[in-house]
Write a protein that binds this ligand. Structure first.
Ligand SMILES: *Cc1c(COP(=O)(O)O)cnc(C)c1O
Length: 390
C-alpha cells in the first residue's frame, strides 16, 4: 500500500457560506424538514436553471420517481431509458411496476442515440405499445443532443424525464441542462458537482405538476386538520439544514464548473497525444461542466486496458473508476429489450470496455493532478515497452 495521500474521484468541496447558512438554520431552530432555506433553495435552483418551479427532495432517485409518477407510469407500461447510466435512472421505473427498454448512446455526446430512439419509437408505435415516458440521461456533465431527442418524443407524444443528476450547470444551445424535459431532475449526492450530502431536485415549467409532486412527497396529506389521505404518498422532502448547505454550494457552482473544466484541459494537454488515449468529446452545441474527466483507451493503439490502468492508479492510492456498466448488461435487467445505436453496433458496450473516469474534484490540486498524469503516462509507456507490471 502506498503511503501517498489518497486522491479521490470527486470529493465534496465546501465554499465559504455553507457553515453560516447551516448555523442560521440552527439559530432559527428550523431543523425540521421544510423551512425557509428549502423554499429559498427551490427558488434559487429554478432561477439558475431557468424554469418556473422546483421541488427539493431527499435524493435524485426520489425526483426521478416523482417524475415517472407524474407521467402516469403504471404496471404493464414500458419506459425507455438511456442504457449508459447509473442504476438510479432505471430503478424508479421498477418502483412504478413498469418495464424498462434501454436505448444506446451515440459517439458524439456519449448520451442517448437519436438513431436508436427513433428505431425504438417506430417499432413501439407499430406494435401499439408506445412507452409512457423516456428517461434521457446527461452523463458526466454533458447534455444529450436534446434537439432531435425532444423532437422525436414530441412527434410520438411521449413525456420526457430528463435525468440531469450529473449535468447541473451544463448548457445546450443556450439553455440549461435539466430544463428540456417535461420534468428535469438533479442530485446533490456527495460526489456530484454540488452536494447537500444527500438530496435532489425536481424542476419543471409545469407549475401544477410540481405542486402535485410536492403533495405526494409529503405523504399526500389532504388539506384537512384530521390527516385525511386519498392517495398514496412518500416521505421525500429535503431537510431545511441540507437545503442551507445547498444554497451555499450554489453560490460557488460556476467557480466549481470553471475548476473542473480547467482540470479537464490539463489532463487533455498532458495526455491527449499519448497513443490510444482519447477524451469524452464536447459537442459544439454547448458547455459541458466536465463533472468527471473521462478518457478511453483504444485497443487498436495500446494493449493497456481500462481495467489495468484503474489498477495501476489504485496501487498509487488514486481513485479512478470504469465508465458506468450499461443497464442492458446488468443481471437485474437481463430480460429487458435493448436498442443499440446501429443494429450491429453498440456504443455503450465500447465505452464501458474502454472508459476510465479520472479524479476530477474541483479541490484537486495541481500537484495531485501531476501525480495522476504521471501514473497514466508511465503505465502507458511501460506497456508500450512490454515491461511487465508487478
Ligand atoms: C447520482 C445519480 C442519480 C441519483 O441521484 P441520488 O441523489 O444518488 O439518488 C441518478 N442518475 C444519475 C445519472 C446519477 O449519476
Amino acid at each position: 500500500m502506498s503511503a501517498k495521500q489518497r486522491i479521490f474521484l470527486s470529493p465534496p468541496h465546501m465554499g465559504e457560506d455553507e457553515r453560516e447558512l447551516v448555523a442560521d438554520a440552527f439559530a432559527s431552530n428550523w431543523i425540521a424538514p421544510l423551512g425557509e432555506h428549502v423554499d429559498a433553495f427551490e427558488r434559487e435552483i429554478a432561477q439558475y436553471v431557468g424554469v418556473k418551479a422546483a421541488l427539493a427532495v431527499s435524493s435524485g432517485t426520489a425526483a426521478i420517481h416523482l417524475g415517472l409518477r407524474l407521467a402516469d407510469v403504471a404496471p404493464g407500461d414500458t419506459v425507455f431509458c438511456s442504457s449508459l447510466t447509473f442504476v438510479a435512472s432505471a430503478n424508479p421505473i421498477l418502483y412504478q411496476g413498469a418495464t424498462p427498454v434501454f436505448i444506446d448512446s451515440e459517439a458524439g455526446s456519449w448520451n442517448m442515440s437519436p438513431l436508436a430512439l427513433e428505431r425504438a419509437l417506430r417499432e413501439a408505435a407499430a406494435a401499439d405499445k408506445l412507452p409512457k415516458a423516456v428517461v434521457i440521461v446527461n452523463l458526466y456533465g454533458q447534455s444529450a443532443d436534446m434537439g432531435p431527442l425532444m423532437a422525436l418524443c414530441e412527434q410520438y407524444g411521449v413525456r420526457v424525464v430528463e435525468d440531469a443528476a450529473e449535468s447541473l450547470g451544463a448548457v445546450y444551445k443556450g439553455r440549461m441542462s435539466g430544463a428540456f424535459g417535461h420534468v428535469g431532475t438533479f442530485s446533490f449526492n456527495g460526489n456530484k458537482i454540488m452536494t447537500t450530502s444527500g438530496g435532489g431536485m425536481l424542476v419543471s415549467d409545469d407549475v401544477e405538476a410540481i405542486e402535485k409532486a410536492r403533495f405526494w412527497s409529503t405523504q399526500a396529506k389532504e388539506p384537512a386538520k384530521h390527516y385525511q389521505h386519498e392517495e398514496m404518498g412518500y416521505n421525500y422532502r429535503l431537510s431545511n439544514v441540507l437545503a442551507a448547505i445547498g444554497r451555499g454550494q450554489l453560490h460557488v457552482l460556476e467557480e466549481r464548473i470553471e475548476a473542473r473544466r480547467g482540470i479537464f484541459n490539463r489532463y487533455e494537454q498532458a495526455l491527449g497525444q499519448l497513443p490510444g488515449i482519447s477524451f469524452m468529446p464536447e459537442p459544439t452545441t454547448g458547455r459541458s461542466t466536465r463533472w468527471l474527466t473521462v478518457m478511453t483507451l483504444n485497443p487498436a493503439d495500446t494493449t493497456l486496458s481500462a481495467a489495468q490502468l484503474i489498477d495501476e492508479l489504485g496501487k498509487e492510492n488514486i481513485e479512478a473508476r470504469p465508465v458506468w456498466k450499461p443497464m442492458h448488461l446488468q443481471p437485474l435487467f437481463a430480460q429487458c429489450q435493448y436498442y443499440p445505436h446501429q443494429p450491429d453496433e453498440s456504443i455503450s458496450d465500447r465505452l464501458f470496455a474502454q472508459g476510465v473516469c479520472l479524479p476530477s474534484g474541483s479541490s484537486l490540486t495541481a500537484e495531485q493532478q501531476e501525480r495522476v498524469i504521471g501514473v497514466i503516462t508511465s503505465s502507458l509507456l511501460n506497456q508500450e515497452q512490454g515491461v511487465r507490471h508487478v
